[in-house]
Write a protein that binds this ligand. Structure first.
Ligand code: SF4
Length: 277
């Protein structure tokens, strides 16, 4: 069996084994212009799922422009509807402005943390309003192994309980479930697949990427040639119990914007308030 078929079969198996998609699902693929989300979008479309692309335009200069153009080209070539969510229009400021103001106020959150909070918020809100029933992301086995260990080292068991091929612990009508079809794919294999398929993809890292801790964990994993699959597969044996343990947590609706949160006020509104204080 050639590489392409083997790769595709492994993704199909993940979707089937973990029942990631039901026939009536309408799926929004959270696109970044990178190889992982583009591969996810391509495969779901290839297999005739009801799928559209969603992209948050972060407006990080030339980097965002190139990514957006790539996603536009890809969607046009593959006859996929693209939904663009304009960060500045939604929040009133560009992502870089928000990050810089928070920094100037000594709020010690790195770019990726701030970006993740705003992007997840926007993607969930838009997906729900547009009638999507699932959000698919391009997370791979390398990402997952790193995240498991990062949470473990920080003692953050609750965050680990959210992981797995389907993200989250508590179901709520305002939370759109997130699925990870590439969950068991190695990053190198996704890169190889994407290059063989000639996807219009930007392989350069984001200029705002500040993931020092993730980078250290990645280096550690590589240095000791730790097997990502072993880490993830052994983790999956305990994750049902972790989810069960945390399943009675409550979901609130933010008292400011009405979006779902585990606190009285969602993290996005908390950060927006800090901008103007
Ligand atoms: S690398 Fe960080 S800042 Fe750049 S898009 Fe990803 S999460 Fe956002």
């Amino acid at each position: 069996m050639n590489f392409l078929t083997k790769f595709e079969n492994s993704v199909k198996k993940t979707i089937k084994d973990y029942k990631l998609i039901k026939k009536k699902d309408k799926i929004l693929v959270a696109c970044s212009g990178g190889k992982d989300s583009t591969t996810t979008l391509y495969l779901l479309k290839k297999w005739d799922y009801n799928v559209e692309a969603g992209m948050v335009d972060l407006k990080i200069g030339d980097f965002s422009d190139r990514n957006l153009n790539n996603v536009k080209t890809f969607c046009k070539n593959n006859n996929i509807k693209l939904n663009i969510f304009d960060f500045r229009k939604e929040f009133g400021f560009s992502f870089c402005y928000i990050r810089d103001i928070l920094k100037s106020k000594n709020i010690r959150l790195n770019s990726c943390t701030v970006c993740g909070i705003f992007r997840r918020y926007l993607m969930n809100k838009k997906a729900r309003k547009l009638g999507f029933t699932k959000i698919a992301t391009g997370h791979n086995i390398d990402d997952e192994a790193q995240t498991i260990l990062m949470n473990q080292f920080r003692g953050n068991t609750k965050l680990n309980a959210k992981l797995g091929p389907i993200n989250g612990i508590i179901k709520d009508k305002k939370f759109i479930p997130r699925i990870k079809p590439l969950y068991f794919c190695k990053e190198d294999d996704i890169r190889k697949y994407s290059k063989l398929k000639n996807f219009p993809v930007n392989y350069d890292p984001c200029p705002c990427s500040v993931m020092a801790y993730r980078r250290s964990v990645r280096t550690l994993l590589n240095k000791y040639k730790m097997n990502h699959e072993n880490i993830v597969k052994s983790f999956l044996k305990i994750v049902p119990e972790l989810k069960e343990f945390y399943k009675n947590g409550k979901i609130y609706y933010c008292n400011n914007c009405g979006e779902p949160t585990t606190n009285g006020e969602c993290k996005t509104c908390q950060l927006m308030k800090k901008l103007v204080k």
